[in-house]
Design a protein around this ligand. Structure first.
Ligand code: GCU
Length: 494
């Protein structure tokens, strides 16, 4: 049988602050050469820009270590009232879809962009996709066509930073027409962001599993299930878009748009950059005759579960999302004091996922005093609400099998419940358990709430969404209509 993937929270150390180090970095002076910072230097540079002198330390996943994460429900909700997703900032209630689309949704988008995930610059250079290789092969004995793709980002504004997005597309060879496609965040590949393999013309490298990490790989069972159901899948490689580390922020797509200079506080972080990359992948899929571009979904687990939710929230062309074990920074409420905390995300190991401004909510000491997660203008129920009324499936496993409490399944369930009113306002169905996110009972493990466009299911496996894939496919196919029927009526179908 398959391997068990254990999710082991990273031990996160506290942040010790020294003087600002921007000046010490290798190449800061000319403004034309990319800056080379260490992660610590980049983190401290952002603190300096924000006027922060001390951050609170992240929680420790190990209960025997100092400052352990809280796992007691009694103290899990220090600020139990969430920002009301259907009340405008000026106090008016959102009573029609029109008020949602024209006024409330833009308010929420603005808050997430400025304070949480960062803004995509207006002038991101264009991406040119090439099909490096097309081959016929099989997945679970079904003949498929597999394309290796590369999205080259125009880097004429800063030639020393090269970004080539790696993606593969696999579709059933004998499909009757265009097929739905699930885009999945794959794993990093040797060489890092923008790297071109020696001797490999333009072909993006094939995926390799990350060494020793506990997040679930794109297992054959998921891809087989998709192909068997008559779907296709695309595998996109986050590290080819943006490196997964603070010192990479002056490189990759974020670095390219800043011409190698450090980020400003509201610039995008890696989650937004990975979301942007998925959108560029979707640009390609819209041009591929095998794909029904009106039924492309996005999927990821763990940090890529966060990225999948961000991609879906900000790009309305994605028709569906499978958010696997996303935890803090994903579907989990930031305001919850349970498992991983905002203070983990603001530390050196993870701050690069977020906008610089997010650091403010982990502040112990600064020119503006201290802020806590309760000061965030938005919370994750509103990120889920940005996906409405499209198909949104929030997935978890169980702690006993390695999908640790660290992820706060309950905090994510509460956020999903609290997002429901927006789905209903827009004519979709939510989880069907009411609006009281504080006391709503989680369904039993393996009992999904799959009737609506907003769905929840906790499977009895570990840190992966593989055991939920069949449920996801059945749910999405039902809500879209069976793929074969849809394919016949899709535009462009022979
Ligand atoms: C860490 C982190 C999580 C993240 C996970 C992963 O454990 O605390 O937020 O989801 O890594 O992506 O592997």
């Amino acid at each position: 049988m398959g391997r068990v993937w254990l999710f082991i929270p990273l031990a996160v150390s506290s942040v010790a602050l020294g003087p600002v180090v921007a000046q010490d970095a290798a190449n800061t002076s000319s403004g034309t050469e990319p800056v080379t910072f260490t992660t610590q230097q980049d983190h401290q540079d952002m603190m300096r820009q924000l006027g922060i002198t001390a951050l609170r330390p992240g929680r420790n996943g190990d209960a025997s270590k100092p400052n352990p994460a809280n796992y007691d429900e009694a103290s899990a909700n220090p600020c139990p009232d969430l920002p009301d997703v259907l009340t405008l900032k000026e106090g008016e209630k959102v009573t029609t879809p029109e008020i949602w689309w024209k006024r409330r949704r833009p308010e929420i988008v603005e808050d997430f962009e400025r304070e949480v995930y960062g803004r995509i610059p207006k002038d991101v250079p264009p991406v040119t996709w090439t099909v490096a290789e097309t081959r016929e092969t099989t997945v679970g004995e079904i003949p498929v066509v597999e394309k290796q793709l590369q999205g080259h980002v125009d880097n004429s504004a800063c030639p020393s930073i090269e970004v080539n997005i790696g993606m593969t597309l696999t579709t059933p060879k004998d499909a009757a027409g265009r097929v739905p496609v699930l885009m999945m965040y794959g794993f990093s590949f040797p060489g890092g962001p923008g790297a071109r393999r020696p001797g490999a013309a333009q072909a993006p490298p094939r995926p390799v599993a990350p060494p020793g990490r506990g997040f679930g790989p794109p297992g054959p069972s998921r891809t087989e299930a998709l192909i068997k159901a008559g779907w296709g899948y695309a595998m996109i490689f986050p590290n080819s878009i943006q490196a997964d580390e603070g010192k990479g922020l002056t490189r990759g797509i974020i670095g390219l748009t800043n011409k190698g200079q450090p980020r400003k506080p509201d610039d995008w972080g890696a989650l937004r950059a990975w979301g942007w990359g998925a959108s560029r992948g979707l640009d390609y899929l819209e041009t591929d005759p095998a794909v029904d571009a009106s039924r492309v979904g996005i999927e990821g687990v763990s940090r890529y579960g966060k990225a999948a939710l961000v991609a879906m929230a900000f790009d309305p062309r994605f028709a569906m999302v499978l958010v696997g074990s996303s935890g803090e920074g994903g579907a989990k409420l930031h305001r919850r004091n349970f498992g991983e905390a905002v203070e983990n995300l603001t530390g050196q190991g993870e701050y690069h996922w977020m906008a610089g401004n997010f650091l403010k909510y982990g502040t112990a000491e600064s020119s503006f005093g201290a802020k806590t997660p309760c000061d965030l203008p938005v919370d994750s129920h509103e990120l889920i609400a940005l996906c409405a009324p499209r198909l949104t499936f929030i997935s978890y496993g169980i702690p006993e099998k390695g999908d640790a409490h660290w992820l706060d399944q309950r905090g994510s369930f509460m956020a999903t419940v609290a997002a429901g009113s927006v789905f209903r306002l827009l004519g979709a169905k939510d989880l069907g358990v009411g609006d009281d996110y504080r006391s709503a009972e989680m369904p039993a493990v393996n009992e999904g709430l799959l009737d609506g466009q907003l769905a929840w299911r906790q499977h009895d496996g570990g840190h992966t969404d593989a055991p939920n894939i069949e449920h996801f496919i059945t749910w999405a196919s039902r809500l879209f209509g069976a793929p074969e029927l849809q394919a016949k009526s899709s535009p462009g179908t022979p």
